[in-house]
Design a protein around this ligand. Sequence first.
Ligand code: URA
Length: 225
Amino acid sequence: MTSNNGNVVERYLRQNRQLFGDEIYVSFEPVQPDVIVGSESLTEFEESIHDCTRCSLGERRTNFVFGVGDPNADLVCVGEAPGADEDAQGVPFVGRAGRLLDKILASINLSRNNNVYICNVLKCRPPNNRDPLASEVEQCEPYLIRQLDLIKPKLIVALGRVAAKTLLKLDSNIALKDLRNKQHDYYGTKLIATYHPAALLRSDRFKRPTWEDFKWIRSILSTEG
Ligand code: URA
């Protein structure tokens, strides 16, 4: 601490004593870092956070995976975290699951450059693709919130159980089927949950319900003002 900081602390404590006597009041309100309110565009925001080491994932990543797509998108698709391909390329959903996601979006006449933005809850790859830890989500989710604040989509689609329950702060054992077919709210924006495209690669039985979800997504996007 510099002597200047020491003066500031001393002054604060003196003022505090004048106001409240010997009791010290400390605020535990979460403080939003300056970067989160300071950036005016997605590009500027990415520049300001791409060196992030707020959690230990930042030290082991190859690339920070910010997000990709239309900065004015009506639809934002959110996965849980980058995998190996995404870590290598710095772009979300570029592996097999990502290519399937592109096909699903194309089936409702959308693409990652046309009215869709794609990102993840975590911006760095967890080791061995394990689920995000609560401490990592706590550090990284404010970045997602700021992205959404800049994009202002009509609809958020959580891809998969992990993304959905993490965003909705729900019981860790909840099943995706209990989250589908409902409109949820994520800080004022409508959110729906559907299967992760990787689930469709594992089993055909998820294809039909996913198609139903995307038809619903299409109708929400076309009816919302
Ligand atoms: N799975 C995810 O949840 N996100 C990606 O970016 C890739 C795969």
